[in-house]
Ligand binder design. Sequence first.
Ligand code: IPD
Ligand code: CA
Length: 268
Amino acid sequence: MLSPSHDKRVVREALRDDRMVMTKTSSVDLVTQTDQKVEKLIIQSVKEKFPTHRFIGEESVAAGEACDLTDSPTWIIDPIDGTTNFVHGFPFVAVSIGFSVNKQMEFGVVYSCLEDKMFTARRGKGAFCNGNLLQVSEQEDIRQSIIATEFGSSRDPEAVNNIFSSLRSILCIPVHGVRSAGSAAINMCLVASGCVEAYYEIGIHVWDVAASSLIVSEAGGVLMDVEGGAVDLMSRRIVAANRRTIAERIIKEISSFSPPRDDTPPQQ
Ligand code: IPD
Ligand code: CA
């Protein structure tokens, strides 16, 4: 049976030994044998207990499995969030597991392997880090905030221009700082922990943020789409913030675009 200490051992040992890096959608979209091994371990151990449940796993989808979120109980798994960090030994690497029923997140677990931090949330029951209650920051002023974002895995000049245009506008608000942990799940947990006021990104996938979306909302935070309105976890766009006013201020500065969805596009 998978356990946090087993996870930690698999990922830490691999950090020294797994140097076989492969690529997926582009030369900067990386995957290792450890990503594949950890996803198999998680799915096998869950299937033993819950044989009828469904799965959406990053590496299974990369191997051709469907990425459709139905009303059935579904485990949404990112075996290593922060694969580029993992490859380079940059110390923010997480295992992310969310569980959804009726398309609603019921619980989420993000294990930051090298920090040895276990973030957990259950719907309606709060969010915790190593058992300690989490609460988002009370900061109301974006000019006294830290904002997290990422640079994505597209090096297409137009996509890069969009990213920098948003970043420039946000920096010049001005904010106290901008940070990138290199893991969407950890960025979201930083919002839930209160040390970062907001995180936004276009290009994430459902497995990067499913578990941590519940951790943010259970810690008192808000989730929105980059153009406002409710977040859609399949749309590959997210703003997570401590307060709605901070989320809305960021949304004003984002040059938005729509990457291909994770699921089948809705029928017109
Ligand atoms: C990536 C990381 C990264 C984010 C990308 C994600 P991966 O996930 O979360 O921080 O910028 O959008 O896809 O590939 O390391 O699982
Ligand atoms: Ca991953």
